[in-house]
Design a protein. Structure first.
Length: 235
């Protein structure tokens, strides 16, 4: 297994990648650490017969998710990856979109064991993680350096494969396009997340703004974020 692929140049939205590679229709799907439920909704609105559960540990975000309407095939629940509130073998697919590195490091192994528990035999886990590289990462690391936790997440997946908890189906590397209209949108979406407290001084905020605005164009700031997907299987 490799943590990064510097030669990856394909620019694609993650939704396009999993819709192309996975059979999602008529499946029971868990979005683990669903955040603002963007992918939860993407998964639910495409195809047919998809039953999606969005699990979120952050109480503030979970309350916001409960207010989402218009998706009768989505169920939102509160909980963490290390103790998934679901029966054994209750999902065909589990997704973690850039959320494994948010699990406390001592609980990452348990989270992957829990994924195995709730997957049916032959079921797949899509574990996507941001690679610690690229222009967006250089802005983010000014106030939130995730190098250690991203490495820890990769090592946890590697251990799960080596110990037979889950089998490696394949690794996928691509560049995920990101766009912000201006710094205010960046501050709201990235600095203002509720799952992590970012208390920036005026000096640090100015430094981040300067670094971000180097990437501004007439239609906002565009980034290509390197992403790794570890596609795992329960045997």
């Amino acid at each position: 297994m490799q943590i990064a692929d510097p030669t990856a140049t394909t620019l694609r939205a993650e939704r396009e990648v999993y819709e192309e590679l996975l059979e999602l229709d008529d499946k029971r799907i868990l979005d683990l650490g669903c955040g603002g439920a963007w992918h939860t909704r993407f998964l639910a609105e495409g195809g047919s017969g998809r039953r999606v559960t969005g699990l979120e540990v952050d109480a503030i975000q979970h309350r916001k998710n409960l207010a989402i309407e218009g998706y009768p095939n989505i169920t939102f629940r509160a909980g963490g990856a290390e103790a998934i509130p679901a029966e054994d073998e209750s999902f065909d697919l589990v997704f973690m979109f850039k959320s494994l590195h948010h699990v406390p490091e001592p609980l990452m192994d348990q989270a992957l064991s829990e994924i195995r528990r709730v997957l049916v035999p032959g079921g797949l886990a899509w574990i996507s993680e941001p690679v610690f590289a690229g222009d967006f990462n250089e802005v983010l690391r000014l106030f939130h350096d995730e190098s250690r936790v991203r490495r820890a997440a990769f090592e946890a997946v590697k251990r799960a494969v080596e110990n037979g908890v889950l089998a490696l189906e394949r690794q996928i590397f691509f560049l995920n396009p990101m766009h912000f209209e201006d710094f205010d949108e960046f501050a709201e979406r990235i600095i203002g997340v509720t799952h992590t407290r970012h208390d920036l001084s005026e000096e640090k905020l100015a430094q981040v703004r300067t670094a971000f605005e180097r990437h501004m164009t007439d239609d906002g700031a565009h980034f290509a974020q390197p992403v790794r997907v570890d596609l795992l299987r329960r045997d």
